[in-house]
Design a protein around this ligand. Structure first.
Ligand code: CUA
Length: 266
């Protein structure tokens, strides 16, 4: 049977098109890793988020040597946490849910793109190769301030990233013959032990203390100064560790007006 040249061309052309369609559909549904929220996925009651172990305190958590989990809560019209600080070149899994209505979770220029649906948890795993700041926007209409709903993802170089937290307790007022005492609590949210230096300043006195904090542990450091050394009046203090800093002031006052701690007047 003789087939006309034009007819051959059309047959070949339509075959190529059919194969092309199959390839693009396969790539689009499998190759890009786009998934729908399925029936088997975990669900969560939106009105009980505050009691949830993960979403009660939206945060970044280290879950393996080079793996982090981020728990994100979307609600009108914010994302929590904000900013989201994560290390580059690590496997980051985002778990996103909503407290109220349907929101979007979209980082332009990346394939981080999901819906935040009340009751459902969207999960995406990504790795950022480059450090820098990435805007996060809500791309599902969610109310009057939808257009203002945004967040920020800060990707830090791997060797600069930490999950160190600092809190400091001090008195408000101290008697002239007493001792000013600052207690700094350094919290290490990473799995590896943290070796670092805590710097403190109370009035004119400066301190530096080396600390080692266990993985997922805390360590207290206490700094003391005799109030007589600084004299009566208000004295500023500051404590810093890595990028964290806490500041405050303590007042040295003579006994008549002094409270023991906290300086509450009764
Ligand atoms: Cu949230 Cu739009």
């Amino acid at each position: 049977m003789r087939i006309h040249t034009y007819e051959k061309l059309w047959i070949v052309g339509s075959m190529v098109l059919i194969v092309g369609f199959i390839v693009t559909i396969t790539y689009g549904s499998v190759g890009l890793g786009i998934t729908m929220i399925g029936n088997e996925e975990e669900t969560i009651a939106p009105n009980e988020l505050n009691d949830d172990e993960q979403f009660g305190e939206p945060r970044v958590e280290q879950i393996g040597e080079d793996e982090y989990a981020v728990y994100v809560v979307a609600q009108t019209f914010i994302f929590q946490p904000d900013p989201i600080e994560i290390p580059a070149n690590n496997e980051i899994t985002f778990h996103v849910t909503s407290r109220d209505v349907v929101h979007g979770f979209y980082v332009p220029g990346t394939n981080l793109n999901a819906m935040a649906i009340p009751g459902q948890i969207s999960e995406m795993t990504v790795e950022f190769d480059d450090s820098g700041e990435y805007g996060l926007i809500c791309h599902e209409y969610c109310g009057v301030s939808h257009h203002e709903m945004e967040g920020l993802i800060v990707v830090q170089p791997e060797d600069e990233f930490d999950l160190t937290d600092l809190s400091v307790e001090s008195q408000d007022t101290v008697a002239p013959d007493d001792t000013i005492e600052l207690t700094a609590t350094v919290e290490n949210g990473q799995l590896e032990p943290l070796e670092t230096t805590v710097d403190a300043e109370i009035g004119t006195e400066t301190f530096q203390r080396e600390v080692t904090v266990d993985g997922e542990g805390t360590q207290n450091v206490t700094f003391t100064v005799d109030s007589a050394q600084l004299g009566e009046g208000e004295h500023d203090w500051s404590v810093s560790v890595d990028d964290e800093e806490e500041t405050g002031s303590v007042e040295v006052v003579s006994n008549e007006t002094n409270g023991t701690d906290g300086g509450a007047d009764t």
